[in-house]
Design a protein around this ligand. Structure first.
Ligand code: B12
Length: 214
């Protein structure tokens, strides 16, 4: 393992430099394991999260880091499949119908990828049928929904109903600016989180519950 280059990768993700993406490609071509690359990107995001919480980084930096990290992870994904790294779980993640906000979803999903989950980002304005189809096709353990509008969050229970009707056993997690723990409970979602670190905690808990019930 080239720890010097991996350290450089960590630094460039934290500093949201495009160079991180080229460096990832280079490391993978030189035979670095995708697992180590992912570990470093995840570590970088952890530090970015801490900087955000400490008000050292603001939303713009968070978004830039999320974007760079996502592009690095995308480079590593084909190799992950080859290495058959055991992922923490499979998540299908979309912004619900009528809503085009995707910055929060992208950030949360890159943190989840960093935490070892295989995340299929199915985009924005996703209707119930598409959530059902994608959850089935990807054999999802978890379905994650984002909404930034107080109008579109009302579509979340429709998705939960459709998943249940289709017999899909995946756990559901909801989030986004207008969504609350109380709302999540009312609509029968299995979980809610306010931010990316909370999402990792909830999704890890889901996976433990799934393993216990096997
Ligand atoms: C950027 C933005 C836009 C961009 C979106 C660009 C994009 N690609 O996403 C554009 C300009 C397109 C836009 C459009 C609109 N917007 Co807008 N937008 C915003 C703004 C300024 C920032 C949102 C954002 O990205 N925040 C940053 C991210 C990191 O935060 P976040 O999304 O909340 O995500 C975090 C958490 O919520 C959580 N999270 C998010 N999703 C999930 C999912 C899960 C599963 C979990 C666990 C956690 C989680 O983790 C994230 C990271 O911490 C907000 C104001 C605000 N302060 O939020 C308004 C805001 C959301 N928009 C608003 C409105 C009204 C609109 C429009 C209707 C405006 C219009 N009249 O056309 C349209 C809607 C279009 C549509 N159909 O969706 C309102 C919503 C009001 C409401 N209560 O419904 C807001 C609150 C502005 C306001 N104060 O009025 N918008």
């Amino acid at each position: 393992m080239s720890s010097e280059k991996l350290n450089k990768l960590r630094e460039s993700v934290i500093n949201f430099e495009d160079e991180a993406v080229d460096l990832t490609e280079k490391l993978l071509n030189e035979g670095e394991s995708a697992k180590d690359v992912l570990y470093v990107v995840s570590d970088a995001l952890q530090i970015v999260g801490e900087k955000y919480e400490a008000h050292e980084y603001f939303l713009s930096e968070l978004m830039l880091c999320g974007d760079v990290a996502k592009r690095c992870i995308e480079k590593a994904l084909p190799k992950i499949q080859k290495e058959k790294i055991e992922m923490a779980g499979t998540i299908v993640f979309g912004t619900v119908k009528g809503d085009i906000h995707d910055i929060g979803k992208t950030i949360v999903s890159s943190f989840l990828i960093g935490a070892g989950f295989l995340v299929h980002d199915i985009g924005v304005e996703v209707d119930d049928k598409t959530f059902v189809k994608e959850a089935k096709e990807k054999n999802a353990n978890i379905v994650a929904m984002s909404s930034l509008l107080s109008t579109t969050m009302l579509y979340m229970p429709e998705v939960i109903k459709a998943l249940k009707k289709a017999g899909i056993k995946a756990k559901t997690i909801v989030g986004g600016r207008p969504v609350s723990e109380k709302f999540a409970k009312e609509i029968g979602a299995d979980g809610y989180a306010k931010n990316p670190t909370g999402a990792i905690e909830v999704c890890r808990r889901f996976m433990e519950e799934i393993q216990e019930n096997k």
